[in-house]
Design a binder for this molecule. Structure first.
Ligand SMILES: [Cu+2]
Length: 195
């Protein structure tokens, strides 16, 4: 096929405009390619980075000294009423139990959970509530929730953590706020673990 406009007999300014168009296309192809490459790089980086983090936020803790010093020593675990009336539950997960095994919280007011694991990846969900997190060694998982009704909930581990996984669970006792506050007066850390 021959065209009257394109070919060796075309006018010189048509060659020039074709060259300009080709150069512009190449430039755009490079820019778009760079944008796609940077978006892919961000997706790969954030995917790999956040796959190794707890879903709440990134707060680290030294797994090797967890039981010896700091926030997660044994006598600091359980429910505490902190300055300003904030209710905080601290717990540790290990193969194959939670410490404490029974957690007591007030009904109808915000409760902040702070937890971590001393060995494998664990997690928990509290009954039919929205309290749900992973517990990852080296990281502190935090969330705040409110339990509207009094009653007892089961708290199973929901991350497969080994052969004893299916037997790993704790209980959460939600009690009326007045009763909770009365009990909190007499103790530094509350739990409902039978003595
Ligand atoms: Cu577990």
């Amino acid at each position: 096929m021959t065209s009257p406009h394109i070919g060796s007999d075309a006018a010189p300014d048509q060659h020039a405009s074709t060259a300009v168009a080709v150069a512009a296309e190449k430039r755009w192809a490079l820019i778009v390619g760079a944008i796609i490459a940077s978006i892919l790089a961000m997706m790969i980086f954030t995917g790999l980075h956040y796959a190794a983090m707890p879903p709440s936020r990134v707060e680290t803790v030294d797994v090797k000294t967890l039981h010896i010093r700091g926030e997660f020593v044994e006598n600091n675990l359980g429910t505490a009423v902190e300055a300003g009336g904030k209710v905080v539950v601290r717990l540790i997960a290990q193969q194959y139990s939670f410490t404490p095994q029974c957690i007591v919280v007030p009904a109808g007011s915000p409760v902040t959970f702070r937890g971590t694991s001393s060995d494998a990846i664990h997690g928990f969900v509290v009954g039919r509530t929205n309290a749900n997190t992973m517990l990852i060694p080296g990281f502190v998982s935090t969330f705040t929730t409110t339990f509207p009704k009094a009653g007892e909930q089961l708290m199973p581990c929901h991350e497969y953590c080994g052969t004893g996984h299916e037997a790993m669970w704790a209980r959460v006792q939600v009690i009326p706020r007045e009763e909770f506050m009365a009990r909190a007066k007499g103790a530094e850390r509350l739990s409902c673990v039978p003595r």
